[in-house]
Ligand binder design. Structure first.
Ligand code: A3P
Length: 295
């Protein structure tokens, strides 16, 4: 009998059969998940949807509709359900906010098939993005009945205590970082800030890692640049579906705000930034992973 993976996650999760061509996109919330979903989806599906044509799925569907979250699908299953992803054609791309140690062992255990791409972000920007996302979403859910009161100071205490849906940000990041060092052919570790600095280079890196590098002909036809452009925040934000549609709980527009580095400095005090930097620095000591300190 298959063992249940996690309390509350039905046994169907343990029936999940990873394939060598599977790609799992992992992240701490508000660290670039939507962007990574769009980039991986467009890169893997570039043959079916060449040159980012007008009928490209990303022009009509939010990236979260193109790539499901593993845990959300599992959570909607009953214990007796079969492998719910079995029908999806290869290469499958799925996402997760689960910390590395909580991934189904069929995905994470050494020697098992499938690749993982992790995107990390400066914790201060991930914190501010989370706070603003929740603030806006709470206001939207209240349907204008009242303005949600969720002060940054309150959100900051919770974040510093590691109390968030995916656990402490620094532990989440460290789990995937260590896995990427131990097993570099299985786990690719990307940084949001580096992706902003060099989107095209990072799309190439992503394609190489996923086993579908760009050919000389594709490079000549500037397919990489097309994908980076299609998935840029400005392009996605201005698509009709992302201006008006919604997911189960959130409006599509809520997934696209500024999309820049260091916006934390417009919301956090220097003392807050210093405190969070210190927590993260201490937690990551000796791992070789660093974020730019507050300036
Ligand atoms: P900000 O709130 O700082 O603007 P996630 O997708 O993990 O929920 O992360 C959301 C953050 O990524 C938001 O950050 C959002 O604006 C940003 N983002 C969304 N799409 C992006 C894109 N295509 N390029 C860069 N950043 C993007």
């Amino acid at each position: 009998m298959p063992e249940p993976m996690l309390p509350g996650i039905p046994a169907t999760a343990s029936r999940f059969e990873p394939r060598p061509s599977d790609v799992f996109l992992a992240s701490f919330p508000k660290s670039g998940t939507t962007w990574l979903k769009a980039l991986a989806f467009a890169t893997l599906n570039r043959v079916a949807h060449p040159r980012c044509s007008p009928d490209h799925p990303l022009r009509h569907r939010n990236p979260h509709e193109c790539v499901d979250f593993l845990e959300m699908v599992f959570a909607g299953c009953a214990d007796g359900d079969d492998d719910v992803f079995a029908e999806l054609p290869s290469p499958r791309v799925l996402a997760t906010h689960l910390p590395y140690p909580l991934l189904p062992t069929r995905i994470a255990a050494e020697g098992n098939p499938g690749k993982i791409v992790y995107v990390c972000r400066d914790p201060k920007d991930a914190f501010v993005s989370t706070w603003l996302f929740l603030l806006k979403s709470m206001a939207a859910m209240a349907n204008g009945a009242h303005t949600a009161e969720y002060k940054i100071e309150e959100a900051f205490e919770l974040f510093c205590d590691g109390r968030s849906g995916a656990g402490p940000q620094w532990r989440h990041v460290a789990g995937y970082w260590e896995a990427s060092r131990r097993w570099p052919t299985k786990v690719l570790f990307l940084k949001y800030e580096e992706m902003l600095h060099d989107p095209v280079g990072n799309v190439r890196k992503l394609a190489d890692f996923m086993g579908c590098p760009f050919s000389i002909e594709e490079e000549a036809a500037r397919v990489v640049q097309d994908i980076a452009e299609l998935c840029s925040i400005d392009a996605l934000k201005n698509m009709e579906v992302n201006k008006s549609g919604s997911q189960k709980y959130f409006k599509n527009e809520a997934f696209f705000r500024k999309g820049v580095a260091r916006d934390w400095s417009n919301h956090m005090t220097p003392a807050m930034a210093e405190r969070l930097d210190k927590i993260v620095e201490e937690a990551l000591q000796g791992t070789g992973l660093t974020f730019a300190p507050a300036q």
